[in-house]
Write a protein that binds this ligand. Structure first.
Ligand code: PEP
Length: 262
């Protein structure tokens, strides 16, 4: 069981409508009396960008402490000539507290480069928003015998960030999400041992790049086919500090996963 505050994020991906997103937010907010308090868990919902305002309004109206996240962000903090994207400053203006960067669907379906990922990290940190930074290897890479190599390479984009070198306190705004590509949306969850092994390596990499204190405090969450049926054994591992949940975050089961995790 994690010694850090549990973090559970729900990534709705490109799913929903005003009505469906509102009712999901209402369900979560109304479950608050049965959920651990915000001292024990951070709950974050990432609806599609057009539904951020609605989600935030429903959560606020019901007095929920859950926060809202943007699923991806423009490479320029303040926006400008970046058709089709949402800037970090806009996310803050909409009331989002977090931004997901580096999701495997951005890297592998949309071909997002490391340079883009680096610029997005900088935009999020400069805007003083929380960063949920996703890393993970493909099945081919794992079967090639080096699951951590690609993950370490993705972490370099974080370690290289100049703002983090001068302001290490910004690490408090960062959650690292280990999401093996082969587990996302496939129903093939990593075993607790497989996830713990990578989480241990990630924490060691953070320690080597920063300090043992920062590494001990940073939350490293797991994502990839998390469900109520498998979340208890994953959260039992000492370096799994919570979850990033796709498919199951669209279902009432999401509330039960939060209860089990925290
Ligand atoms: C995700 O999209 O971040 C994710 C983990 O998806 P799923 O839970 O559906 O595998």
């Amino acid at each position: 069981m994690s010694i850090r505050k549990v973090f559970v994020g729900g990534n709705h991906k490109c799913n929903g409508s005003v009505t469906a997103t509102s009712s999901r937010a209402r369900l979560l907010a109304e479950a608050a009396p049965d959920l651990p308090s915000s001292d024990d868990v951070d709950i974050v919902i990432a609806p599609p960008a057009p539904y951020i305002l609605t989600t935030k309004a429903v959560l606020d109206e019901h007095g929920s402490s859950a926060a809202v996240a943007l699923q991806d962000v423009a490479i320029a903090r303040e926006g400008g000539a970046h058709t089709g994207t949402v800037a970090a400053d806009m996310a803050a203006d909409l009331g989002a507290a977090w931004v997901i960067v580096g999701h495997s669907e951005r890297r592998h379906v949309y071909g997002e480069s490391d340079a883009h990922t680096r610029a997005k990290i900088a935009a999020v940190l400069d805007a003083d928003l929380g960063l949920i930074y996703c890393v993970g290897e493909t099945l081919e890479q794992r079967e090639g015998g080096d699951a951590f190599g690609p993950v370490a390479a993705q972490m370099a984009a974080l370690f290289d960030n100049p703002a983090l070198a001068t302001k290490p306190e910004l690490w408090a705004n960062i959650v690292v999400a280990y999401e093996p590509v082969w587990a996302i949306g496939t129903g093939k969850v990593a075993s607790p041992e497989q996830a713990q092994e990578i989480h241990t390596q990630l924490r060691a990499a953070v320690a080597a790049a920063t300090s043992p204190d920062i590494a001990a405090a940073v939350r490293i969450i797991y994502g990839g086919s998390v469900k109520l049926a498998n979340c208890a054994e994953l959260i039992a591992m000492p370096d799994i500090d919570g979850f990033l949940i796709g498919g199951a975050s669209l279902k009432p089961e999401f509330v039960d996963i939060i209860k089990t995790a925290a």
